[in-house]
Design a protein around this ligand. Structure first.
Ligand code: SF4
Ligand code: SF4
Ligand code: FES
Length: 252
């Protein structure tokens, strides 16, 4: 219990430093931004996410990994003097003077239920679960909206052609932020179409990886049982020591 309390204090401390870690007397450049229509003066080198926290917002939704991977911080913004609405990830985008923005923490988009084991490995799986995919008018709006710079329209076209491999490759870096779907005039939920396609490709299209089969056999033979039991019974201090001593892949 004591260990857990210590851990919670450290998490709480690190969260505090994210929200209050800017010393205003060191700030040379400031910008005005407008969050849901209300103006705030914030340091110029903050991301949208940290600027919102600086302005006093406590992000419970619209914030997850802070590193561009989880898709939780979808944001719509407009630059001063421009008419275009643009989209971005709040954790990856720096504020600009005059920027007006709002966050879209969740898109209430359709997500079909299916059992891939009993689906046909063909275009019909898309027409069955997401028939609207056939209505794509190739306007490319989704591609322009994607903060991951994916060729979203191309992967939708791959789905329409029943090209599961192409769809998987083209959509692999999708983080399910939902920004493409909310802009689509054909009301297609591109990212859920892609997820269905990747699941189908994983089951039926991609070659079975030999190393994975070998590892599963090792697990089933009990090769790691003892090590797993040791970890499950370790205290937080022991786990921290093991983690600090573990080998990690280099960043380079
Ligand atoms: S926004 Fe919709 S209609 Fe336009 S290209 Fe993308 S999927 Fe097709
Ligand atoms: S494809 Fe759509 S859901 Fe996926 S990252 Fe791009 S905009 Fe977000
Ligand atoms: S917080 Fe996860 S992508 Fe921005």
């Amino acid at each position: 219990m004591g260990n857990q309390t210590g851990m919670m204090e450290r998490i709480s401390e690190s969260t505090r430093s994210l929200t209050t870690g800017v010393d205003t007397k060191d700030v040379e450049h400031w910008v005005m931004i407008y969050i849901m229509g209300r103006g705030y003066r914030v340091p110029a080198d903050l991301t949208i996410m940290t600027a919102m926290e600086f302005a006093g917002y406590r992000l419970i939704r619209s914030c997850g990994c802070r590193q561009g991977f989880c898709g939780a911080c979808a944001t719509i913004f407009r630059r001063e003097g421009e008419y275009k609405l643009e989209s971005a990830l709040a954790c990856q985008t720096r504020v600009e003077d005059g920027m007006s923005l709002v966050q879209i923490p969740f898109s209430p988009a359709d997500a079909a239920s299916y059992d891939i084991a009993s689906e046909a490995y063909a275009y019909s799986v898309f027409s069955k679960h997401y028939p609207e995919v056939a209505r794509c008018v190739s306007c490319n709006t989704c591609t322009k909206a994607c903060p991951q710079d994916l060729e979203v329209m191309d992967y939708v076209q791959s789905a329409i052609k029943g090209d599961f491999g192409g769809l998987t490759e083209q959509s692999f870096d999708c983080i399910q932020c939902g920004l493409c779907a909310i802009r689509c005039p054909a009301e297609i939920v591109q990212y859920n179409v892609a997820q269905l396609g990747r699941r189908m490709y994983g089951r039926y299209g991609s070659p079975e990886p030999a190393h994975l089969k070998a590892r599963i056999a090792e697990i089933e033979e009990g090769k790691f049982d003892e090590a797993l039991d040791r970890l499950a019974g370790a205290s937080t201090e022991e786990l921290e020591k093991l983690y600090a001593a573990s080998e990690r892949e280099s960043d380079g």
